[in-house]
Design a protein around this ligand. Structure first.
Ligand code: ASP
Ligand code: MG
Length: 411
């Protein structure tokens, strides 16, 4: 059937003119013989506006009401795009997430997709219609509407591509693809023609905002290649896919950064079983996710320090959650720093290649930037630094790893 699943982000659908432009792109693609399923985000800043509206009504909106409210943003987009397509002579039909058969768990605000029953989508496609699907939402077994978390339309698109067996999922946004670092910080940043799921996942979860990490994860699990490209131009974009070469390139592919990190250090914790468990149970109960977690070896007697990082917005909740636990275990105190950011170098083989860590730390030291905390994965090294120094750190690392130069191998 030559099926393709596309997704257009909020800025690509910001007003009627952009909507007509996207409709024309979809129409053009269909004229070239493709069957299309198009997933849409809410127009422009609609989701933020709806959240602000709820806050004007109450400080504590119920999760269920919030989800039903936010889901309307994407419903507006999908109906208007269907109308715009029909106005251009293209048969199209809009569907809410529920109508598209997207079944989720009951965790409002960050629901997970359990199953997709796309009967109505197939029906539309069989009738030669373009199926337009409201992103970011689904329905529970109990018929409550849920949302998938901010940026969740990417996840809808990749999940639908997997469920429909589409050979490719195309994500159209306001940037031209995945870059070696944020081009707003470093104009010499290069677009990567391709990147592996693993590398993209590390980039996305370490702050690169182009794609929702859960969508990348789904792409990897179901083997759906994802194209990220601009809806504003015809530039080629970046393809996220499985390993393309036998031997990984052993090279830093990109630098990601995040400006919203806070650090919590619990001082003088008794060094015995159950202390960390207690602390993190408290965080779990407060729904706070810790990112980096580091516990020191206790060298001075039976005491240890434990540091973890959270999103800046979560700091107050994290402190409120762990304070009673710390008092209960007899910790000596608590220190916080909410003015941190992180920079990461990402690339297959980074940790297995001697020299990358040294070069990263040397580069930061030469720039006079102090490292607060270091964490690693097999394909990433991350340093927490003062938030104010993050842009400088990104630029220095981009230069040190020569990312402005096109790659010699592979791509
Ligand atoms: N409209 C939602 C948001 O702004 C979902 C999305 O755009 O993917 O987070
Ligand atoms: Mg959005």
């Amino acid at each position: 059937m030559n099926l393709v699943v596309q997704k257009y982000g909020g800025s690509s659908l910001a007003d009627a003119e952009r909507m007509r432009y996207v409709a024309a792109r979809v129409a053009d693609r269909r004229a070239r013989g493709h069957a299309l399923v198009v997933v849409v985000s809410a127009m422009g800043d609609t989701t933020d506006a709806l959240i602000a509206l709820a806050r004007q009504v109450t400080d504590h909106p119920e999760d269920r009401e919030m989800d039903l409210l936010l889901a309307t943003g994407e419903v507006v987009s999908c109906t208007l795009l269907a109308m715009a397509l029909r106005a251009q002579g293209v048969p199209a039909r809009s569907f809410t997430g529920a109508q598209a058969g997207i079944l989720t768990d009951r965790v409002h605000g960050r629901a997970r997709i359990l199953r997709i029953k796309p009967a109505r989508i197939w029906q539309a496609l069989e009738q030669q219609e373009v199926a337009i699907v409201a992103g970011f939402q689904g329905i529970t077994a109990g018929t409550d509407i849920t949302t998938l978390g901010r940026g969740g339309s990417d996840t809808t698109a990749v999940a639908l591509a997997a469920a429909l067996g589409a050979p490719m999922c195309e994500i159209y946004t306001d940037v031209e693809g995945v870059f070696t670092c944020d081009p707003r910080l470093e104009p010499r940043a290069r677009r990567l023609p391709e990147i592996s799921y693993e590398e993209m996942l590390e980039m996305a979860s370490q702050g690169a905002r182009v794609m929702h990490p859960r969508a990348v994860e789904l792409g990897a699990i179901y083997g759906v290649p994802i194209l990220v490209a601009s809806s504003f131009t015809d530039a080629p974009g970046t393809i996220i896919h499985g390993a393309s070469a036998m031997e990984p390139t052993n090279k830093v592919r990109g630098i990601s950064h995040d400006m919203d990190v806070a650090k919590v250090t619990a001082l003088g914790l008794p060094d015995r079983p159950g202390v960390a468990a207690r602390l993190f149970a408290a965080l779990e109960a407060a729904h706070v996710a810790a990112d980096a977690i580091v516990q020191n070896a206790s060298v001075h007697g039976p005491e240890t320090d434990l540091t973890f990082t959270v999103r800046k917005d979560d700091l107050q909740r994290a402190v409120a959650a762990v304070e009673p636990a710390l008092a209960a275990v007899g910790a000596r105190g608590l220190q916080t720093n909410e003015a941190l950011g992180k920079v990461s170098i990402v690339g297959t083989g980074v940790l297995n290649t001697p020299g990358y860590a040294a070069r990263m730390f040397r580069t930061l030291s030469e720039a006079g930037i102090n490292i607060e905390l270091i964490t690693t994965s097999e394909i990433r090294i991350t340093c927490m630094v003062d938030r104010d120094r993050v842009p400088e750190a990104v630029r220095a690392l981009h230069a040190a790893f020569e990312l402005e130069r096109p790659e010699a191998l592979g791509t």
